[in-house]
Write a protein that binds this ligand. Structure first.
Ligand code: ADP
Ligand code: MG
Length: 535
């Protein structure tokens, strides 16, 4: 395809090899696009909510991912269709902006597409449908604002944040430990948050995982961890107020470079050499001691002699620390990386409140914890779990929870989950439809129906009969004027989401509705699909 201009400067499109292109036009194009979008959203529909199913995805090289996260499922699926890719994009942008609600947004978009198809079949022009959806999304977003609640929290009262994070985690594979994981996520975010500017830099939160142990052993560390241990088993494992020398020079005597030769032919010569070597080590250790270092972290290894000497002189050391980790330690502790012993000075030492080595269970795994670092508020969430898949999924779930906590610090408004907010919006949108005299009112009613599909999917996934449950809840909302009634997925006996503590962030919900509407509008406006039939 090429774009050319005629003599008046008007652009026109030249389609080369016309016969080898396939082309869909008008209603056919819209219907085929809608079918593709709906197909993608059907896949995710069963994963929505606390009783949603998980998906297992196998990559071409055999890696397996088991997940419940909408964005991850779509990311890992190999979707060929361009409209399908738009849905992936949709989920990704929700993930990027909000972090949670990635399944819900696709389910909503799919429902909107289904409704749009019905309207198109009745002969309503796609543009009118798109306009109607746009009006409705604005009504819904405003209505969300009205039914939202603000709650107070501060550094000591983090309970509301924890509750909201728990709602997010309750639909994940890790929901067994949702309480403790939610607390970890909230504490991590509070540790790095700037409450005055309402800003959270999530880059300061590192999420690390190590296979082994139980999910319950997952912990929050106020500092960083390094997958290394002390070089000698008898060195102290607990150093308070550590002054850390960060070295990229080896603890060994200089090696004779090429063209130099050491001839040792007598015992005396050997003895001298040995003495010299020893002195060399001794000087190096002394140098570290002189500047006041209480811990040495070294990029290179050192032999047993040096190791023994370090132990003997009571200078704990860690060897073979990778370059990246070394930099991380240097930044966090405010130290400088020292490439030569001569350059080691007191100012270049990094400082940390506590450095400790921790062993795990029966395995020989040990990790080094560097906590309360001088220069950084960086924290680490350290995930334990039975296998790699579990750890990866926990990382994704923690990411969702961290994002939710961050969103709440930015804007502390919440709406009720379990489909309660959607049902309430549906009622509001339906009521507003009557005010529009034109064809749009059909599109607005259709939007209200599409909103119902989220609670419907929640009910269906929980094994409830969806139409009955939905109509009962909806009737209750209208009768009691209570926007907290939702789907009782866990069969707790009450469908008041306020009692069940099922909260979602206001901005997350609003974003879902806005993004889904935008994508659907975009798809509806495509009326010509030109693609090569063969490559
Ligand atoms: P998403 O990727 O969109 O966040 P989830 O699988 O996390 O999808 O499901 C989120 C939906 O599940 C939300 O609509 C939320 O309100 C609902 N939900 C979460 N926990 C509960 C619960 N305990 N009871 C009812 N609904 C819940
Ligand atoms: Mg979620």
């Amino acid at each position: 395809m090429a774009l050319a201009f005629d003599e008046y400067g008007r652009p026109f499109i030249i389609l080369r090899e016309q016969e080898s292109k396939s082309r869909l036009r008008g209603l056919d194009a819209q219907k085929s696009n809608i079918a593709a979008g709906v197909a993608v959203s059907r896949i995710l529909r069963t994963s929505l909510g606390p009783k949603g199913m998980d998906k297992m995805l196998q990559s071409p090289d055999g890696d397996i991912t088991i997940t419940n996260d909408g964005a991850t499922i779509l990311e890992q699926m190999d979707i060929d269709n361009q409209i399908g890719k738009l849905m992936v994009e949709l989920s990704r942008s929700q993930d990027y902006e909000i972090g949670d609600g990635t399944t819900g947004v696709v389910v909503l978009a799919g429902a909107l597409l289904e409704q749009a198809e019905k309207l198109l079949e009745r002969g309503i022009h796609p543009i009118r449908v798109a306009e109607g959806f746009e009006i409705s999304s604005r009504i819904a977003v405003d209505h969300l604002e009205q039914i939202s609640h603000k709650f107070d929290f501060n550094a000591t009262n983090i309970e509301p944040l924890v509750q909201t994070c728990m709602t997010t985690l309750s639909s994940k594979i890790v929901n067994r430990c949702k309480r403790s994981l939610a607390e970890i996520a909230v504490k991590a975010v509070m540790a790095v948050a700037d409450l005055e500017r309402k800003d959270v830099n999530l880059d300061l939160i590192k999420v690390e995982g190590k296979v082994g142990g139980k999910l319950e052993d997952t912990e929050l560390i106020y500092g960083i961890i390094v997958d290394k241990d002390m070089s000698h088993p008898q060195m102290p494992k607990h150093i308070e107020d550590a002054k850390i020398a960060i070295l990229t020079c080896p603890f060994e005597p200089p090696k004779p470079k090429t063209k130099h030769k050491v001839d040792i032919d007598t015992v005396e010569k050997f003895q001298t050499l040995r003495k010299q070597e020893q002195k060399y080590f001794d000087d190096m250790v002394q140098r570290c001691k002189d500047v006041g270092a209480t811990l040495v972290i070294c990029q290179w290894g050192f032999d047993d002699e040096a190791n023994h000497l370090l132990m003997h002189r009571n200078l704990p050391a860690v060897r073979w620390v990778g370059g990246v980790e070394l930099e991380l330690i240097a930044i966090a502790t405010g130290g400088r990386i020292v490439p030569r012993f001569q350059e080691l000075t007191t100012e270049k030492l990094g400082k940390a409140g506590l450095v400790r080595e921790k062993a795990f269970g029966t395995t020989k795994d040990r990790m080094l914890y560097i906590e309360h670092c001088a220069n950084s508020r960086a924290v680490t969430v350290f995930i334990r779990g039975g296998n790699k898949m579990m750890i990866e999924e926990t990382k994704r779930s923690i990411h969702d929870a961290l994002c939710v906590a961050r969103n709440l610090i930015r804007n502390n408004s919440i709406v009720y989950g379990g489909g309660a907010a959607e049902i309430s919006c549906s009622i509001a949108v339906e009521a507003a439809a009557d005010k529009y005299p034109g064809v749009e009112q059909y599109a607005i009613r259709a939007f209200a129906d599409a909103l119902d599909s989220v609670p419907m999917a929640l009910a269906e996934n929980s094994g409830l009969s969806c139409i009955e449950t939905l109509s009962a809840v909806k009737a209750q909302q209208i009768k009691e004027k209570n926007p907290c009634c939702g789907i009782d997925c866990n069969d707790t006996g009450t469908n008041d989401m306020r009692e069940q503590n099922v909260f979602e962030t206001l901005i997350g919900k609003q974003q879902q509705m806005l993004l889904a509407t935008q994508v659907v509008k975009m798809i509806l406006k495509i009326d010509d699909v030109i693609s090569p039939t063969e490559y």
